[in-house]
Design a protein around this ligand. Sequence first.
Ligand code: C2E
Ligand code: MG
Ligand code: MG
Ligand code: MG
Length: 286
Amino acid sequence: DAKRNGRGAWRFFDSSAQKRIDHRERLEAIVVDALANEGFTIALQPICSVTKQEHVGFEVLARLFHDGIFVPPDQFIPVAEEQGHIPAIGRLVLEKSFAFFGEMKNHGLHPGRLAVNVSPAQFREPGFAEEVQDLLFRYCIAPTDLVLEITETALIGRSKELVEKTLCRLRAMGISISLDDFGTGFSSLSHLRDFSVDEIKVDKSFVQDLEASAGDRALIKGLVELAHCLDLSVVAEGVETLAQFEYVRDLGVDFAQGFFHARPLSPREAEEFLSQSQTSSMLQIG
Ligand code: C2E
Ligand code: MG
Ligand code: MG
Ligand code: MG
């Protein structure tokens, strides 16, 4: 009856809310433990130029394994952000990225540019630009080898001046700024007008249906034209198939990233990837 349904529904609601809290608390404990015990690593996913299909760089992705089990960033990043652990994780990811870059150079390999994700809370930390500058200096890395990927949520909010100042500082150093997951937020177009960025990264949700959806093809075509008019380059993420790759190429996208080209790789696999692609291109030239 209604009364029982009501009680049942309430109990169900109660237990799922409690489960959510337990889950978040457990995730936070895992994050704290990983920060204390070197639990974080990075994965590197190759990005290639669409026209020449040449390697141009990597996107760096944070990786967290707990008791050997993979914890996806989509789960731990929001919890870390909420609990104030993002600056520490962000710094770690930058350091690991720069250490990888230096190692590749020492081994005579060319990693290309590194694109590192920056969460809104990290981007809005006072002194973020200076911290990046210090790290670049300490690891002897040219600012032009670094791309910072920010999402639109980093731009929204009260302190528009602070955001614009940080963007200008980073770009004045020579660092490129990429607007990640472009198209999934709101008022994307006004962000292109109001903030100075170098690149947009078209979200994978626009790429996955390219074969079936004339609408998505038109959207990407329009975005590319708009971006190029504003002197921005365009990266397509989540390119999984040859057909998708051919579509993004024909629609004028500049760079592609996705399982079609390569999965996110461990640093060791990324080194292998570089040495294979760079010796084979040397053989072609020679
Ligand atoms: P993102 O920045 O949009 O990164 C791209 C995501 O797409 C990655 O998921 C990547 O593994 C996945 N991906 C790449 N190619 C394909 C493909 O062909 N098909 C499909 N279906 N997926 C593909 P991942 O590694 O799970 O990261 C998820 C999100 O977590 C990232 O989305 C980013 O927003 C966030 N994230 C990852 N690492 C960091 C970090 O170091 N700092 C911050 N703040 N956020 C991070
Ligand atoms: Mg990204
Ligand atoms: Mg992205
Ligand atoms: Mg995305």
